[in-house]
Design a protein around this ligand. Structure first.
Ligand SMILES: Cc1cc2nc3c(=O)[nH]c(=O)nc-3n(C[C@H](O)[C@H](O)[C@H](O)COP(=O)(O)OP(=O)(O)OC[C@H]3O[C@@H](n4cnc5c(N)ncnc54)[C@H](O)[C@@H]3O)c2cc1C
Length: 386
């Protein structure tokens, strides 16, 4: 039978084998702990280490730095498999995003220092851009990294940081030159162990993604070696962010696709099983039509993502096309989970049913990774260019 989750033009036997392996791993190691992680609002660090040992975290990290040296398609497969389980609490996508910053932009010395620990799961990664005073308008960040001898002194605060509690390695977006606007922004890596002046704030109480540790972070004159500036040049941070955002947005779009497929699968099972007015819910024309629409939209997204994935592999994925996928994909996900919840009736609102979590988790997809209004801006700007 066709496995719709893996029904992509770019899937081959090796990727299918990776998918099987990730699926078995999640079933054995994640599913039994899901409730405990929800309760704790945190996925245990130990689980990250197991995922690293299983080759999930470092699949696309070069072998010389402790990874498997495979293509990013393997990362996409891991994201799809996580989505198949209906989970978006484990912050693997964020970890992966940070990994690619390091793989693509770090110096050989930095890669040697950081990648093996990130690939093995010894370190969990986060990226800290957003501040209480600014989110979409990244140029206005107020956190500073001030040079002092061989060190930077980090000062400021961040909020909404995914993996914030677990994170051992955080890429901090900071101003190395507060007078230079976007050109004064740099990315500075904080290794959190023993970092004096670094403080994790409260775990934020969210309406969804309840296993995900999303935190406020505080930097009170935290000293970081100068060699922790990502890359070699100060002031490159904004450009570095821009180069990585298409990948980040593509991964969000894939997670939207997988979550939508998961919602559809649960809903199909439900409407074929439950009866009303002497027939299955599936037999009502409304149910059939709504699910036909949802399925069509899912297939449209899958087709578009196939195309963008080819563009990614050929090195020509543009920010505006990734923005389109993130915007449309997450909005499609929102429509899908809404229809699917409705078809569950009252049970859809009860947390025992997977659709409830899928519904709550979907909402933030339109906000983070660049809000969908910002995605529209990026697309519109590309239309306005000569
Ligand atoms: C669960 C969760 C996890 C997150 N994880 C991370 C993380 O790991 N790291 C990190 O750095 N951040 C993270 N974020 C933060 C997230 O990226 C920001 O919330 C997002 O970028 C929006 O910023 P803001 O919340 O400050 O909203 P604002 O920027 O204040 O925006 C408020 C509203 O105004 C709109 N708006 C803003 N500017 C424009 C414009 N130019 N045109 C039209 N409309 C506009 C926005 O679209 C939005 O609707 C996370 C957030 C959440 C909720």
């Amino acid at each position: 039978m066709l496995d719709t989750f893996l029904d992509h033009g770019w899937i081959n036997d090796d990727l299918r084998a990776h998918a099987d392996s990730v699926r078995r791993f999640l079933a054995a190691e994640y599913e039994p702990n899901r409730d405990a992680y929800t309760e704790a609002g945190l996925v245990a660090h130990e689980f990250w280490e197991k995922a690293g040992a299983h080759g999930i975290l470092g699949a696309s990290v070069p072998e010389e730095y402790g990874g498997l040296g495979l293509s990013r398609l393997f990362d996409l497969v891991s994201i799809i498999e996580q989505g198949r389980t209906g989970d978006s609490g484990w912050g693997m996508v964020i970890h992966n995003i940070v990994l690619h910053y390091v793989t693509d932009l770090a110096t050989p010395d930095q890669k040697e220092r950081w990648l093996p620990k990130l690939a093995s799961g010894e370190w969990v990664a986060g990226i800290a851009m957003t501040e209480p005073g600014t989110g979409s308008d990244l140029q206005r960040v107020r956190t500073t990294a001030t040079k002092d001898g061989n060190e930077y002194v980090l000062s400021g605060s961040k909020t909404f940081i995914s993996n914030g509690m677990n994170a051992d390695f955080i890429l901090v977006v900071a101003k190395t030159d507060p007078t230079a606007g976007a050109r004064g922004i740099s990315l500075v890596a904080l290794e959190t162990a023993g970092a004096e002046g670094f403080r994790r704030g409260r775990k934020l109480d969210k309406i969804g993604m309840r296993r995900q540790d999303t935190l406020e972070l505080f930097f009170d004159d935290v000293r970081v070696p100068r060699t922790n500036l990502l890359g070699t040049e100060e002031g490159e941070g904004f450009v570095q962010l821009m180069t990585q955002l298409p990948w980040e947005r593509l991964t969000i779009a894939y997670s939207a696709l997988a979550a939508s497929r998961c919602a559809l699968q649960h809903t199909l099972a439900y409407v074929k099983d439950r009866n009303a007015f002497g027939q299955r819910l599936m037999d009502f024309q409304n149910t059939r039509f709504r699910l036909a629409e949802v399925t069509t939209e899912i297939e449209l997204l899958a087709g578009f993502l196939d195309r963008l994935t080819r563009e990614l592999e050929e090195g020509r994925l543009t920010p505006e096309r990734a923005a389109m996928a993130k915007m449309w994909g997450t909005e499609m996900q929102g429509r899908t989970v809404d229809v699917c919840l409705q078809l569950h009736g009252g049970y859809g609102y009860i947390n025992d049913y997977p659709i409830a979590e899928l519904y709550a988790d979907a909402r933030v997809q339109r906000i983070y990774g660049g809000s969908n209004e910002i995605m529209r801006e990026i697309v519109a700007r590309s239309l306005d260019r000569n």
